[in-house]
Design a protein around this ligand. Structure first.
Ligand code: GMT
Length: 353
C-alpha cells in the first residue's frame, strides 16, 4: 500500500507513535511518506497542510491518508479530499488516530466542538489510543463512526535497560536512588507536583531527581527548587534525543498528570524496567497495574505519591519486583500487534474503495 502519515513535527508521544508506525509499515514493504513540509511551521497551517496533502495524495497515488489528531489534521485531510473532488479525482480514505489533547482539552471548548466533530465524522476510520479516550470521545462528540482502540506501543529493543554504572554515577552516588520525570512541562503534566513529591521523598532518603524535557512551566519549577533549597538534588536536563540511557539509570518515574489519554512516556519507562508512580487517570489506568508495576494515586495527592515513592525506594525487594513486572507489562504493548491492527483497517478501507 501507499500510505501518507501526518503528525505534529514536535516533541511528543503522538509524533513518536506516527513515526514508529511509519517505520514499521515501511519494514513490511508498504510505501510511506511522512509530512514534514517546512511551510507547516507557519500559518495558515491547516490550509497549507491540506494543499500539501492533496498534492501528495495525487502525485504519490496514495491508498490511505493516516492522520494523527482530529484537529487540525483530520480537517486538513477532509479539505484535501475536497480539493481532489474539485479536480474530479477520487477521494483517498482517511484514518484518524485520536491522541487525546484535542478531545480532552481543546475539544471541550464549545467553539471547537463542531470542528472536531467534523474532522472525526469525515474520517473513514477512527482509532483512539485508549478505552478512556474512546469513551470520552463518544461521550462528548457522539461520533457517527465506531472508534477502534489501538494501544500505543514501544520498540522493546530500543527501550531496554542499559546497565551502565559509570553513567549512573554522573547523576547519583551508589547509595542514592533516582527519580525521573519526562514531559513537555505543560500545566496538564502537574510538574509542580513532581517537585512537591520529590521534596517530601528527599526528606526520608538519599535521592536525586532528573527532569527531562522542556516547556512553559520550567522557569517556575526552577524557582521552586531554589525556594526549597533542593537545587543540588534536582537536575534539569532539557530535551534529549535518546532517553533510554536516562530511563535506565532511574529507579522510579513520576507522572502526576491531570489527565493522560495514554501516557507513552510511562510505557517507555516501564520498558526500561522503571516502575511509575502516576495519577489514577485516563489511559494510565489501562497501562499501569497498581501495586504491581507502579502506583496509581489520586490526582494532586502529593502526600500519597511521596509515601508510595518512599516505600518503593526503600524496599529493595519490592523495587526489584516492580522493575521486573514493569518490563513484562510493557512487552504487552508491542508494535507487531499495533501494526496488524492498523493494517487490517487499511485493507478493509481499500476493499471498500
Ligand atoms: O501529552 C502531551 O502533551 C503530548 C501529546 C502528544 O501529542 O504526543 O500526548 C498525547 O498523545 C500521546 C500519544 O498517544 C499520549 O501518550 C499522551 O497521553 C497524550 N497526552 C494527553 O492526553 C495529555
Amino acid at each position: 500500500m501507499k500510505i501518507g502519515i501526518t503528525c505534529y513535527p514536535t516533541y511528543g508521544g503522538s509524533g513518536v507513535i506516527a513515526t514508529e508506525l511509519g517505520k514499521g509499515l515501511a519494514g513490511r514493504g508498504h510505501q510511506v511518506s511522512i509530512s514534514d513540509y517546512p511551510l507547516f511551521e507557519y500559518p495558515p497551517y491547516s490550509i497549507s497542510l491540506a494543499a500539501k496533502m492533496a498534492d501528495v495524495m495525487l502525485t504519490e497515488k496514495l491508498d490511505i491518508m493516516h492522520v494523527h489528531y482530529a484537529i487540525p489534521h483530520a480537517i486538513s485531510a477532509y479539505l484535501a479530499n475536497s480539493i481532489l473532488g474539485g479536480k474530479g479525482k477520487k477521494h483517498v480514505p482517511i484514518v484518524t488516530t485520536l491522541h487525546g489533547t484535542d478531545i480532552t482539552i481543546v475539544g471541550k471548548d464549545p467553539m471547537m466542538m463542531d470542528a472536531v466533530r467534523l474532522g472525526i465524522n469525515n474520517s473513514n476510520a477512527v482509532t483512539s489510543v485508549s478505552h478512556f479516550l474512546k469513551n470520552e470521545t463518544e461521550l462528548h462528540f457522539s461520533p457517527t463512526l465506531p472508534i477502534q482502540v489501538i494501544y500505543n506501543f514501544v520498540n522493546h529493543d530500543v527501550f531496554k535497560k542499559i546497565h551502565d554504572d559509570k553513567f549512573r554515577n554522573v547523576f547519583a552516588k551508589p547509595n542514592e536512588k533516582i527519580l525521573i520525570h519526562i514531559s513537555n512541562f505543560r500545566p496538564v503534566k502537574r510538574t509542580e507536583d513532581v517537585i512537591a513529591v520529590f521534596n517530601l521523598v528527599q526528606k526520608e532518603l538519599p535521592v536525586k531527581l532528573l527532569l527531562v524535557g522542556d516547556g512553559p512551566d520550567r522557569p517556575t519549577l526552577e524557582m521552586k527548587c531554589r525556594e526549597l533549597c533542593i537545587c543540588d538534588k534536582v537536575k534539569f536536563l532539557g530535551r534529549h534525543p535518546s532517553i533510554t540511557p536516562l530511563l535506565s539509570v532511574a529507579d522510579v518515574m513520576i507522572m502526576p498528570s491531570l489527565t493522560e489519554s495514554f501516557g507513552l512516556a510511562a510505557l517507555e519507562a516501564m520498558s526500561c524496567e522503571t516502575p511509575v508512580i502516576a495519577s489514577d487517570v485516563g489511559g494510565l489506568r489501562e497501562l499501569i497495574e497498581d501495586r504491581t508495576n507502579g502506583f496509581l494515586c489520586k490526582t494532586m495527592d502529593v502526600e500519597t505519591m511521596a509515601r508510595r515513592g518512599t516505600e518503593l525506594l526503600s524496599d529493595e525487594d519490592m523495587l526489584m519486583r516492580f522493575k521486573r513486572s514493569a518490563r513484562v507489562r510493557a512487552e504487552e504493548f508491542n508494535i507487531e500487534k499495533a501494526l496488524n491492527e492498523y493494517e487490517q483497517i487499511y485493507w478493509a478501507l481499500l476493499k471498500r474503495k
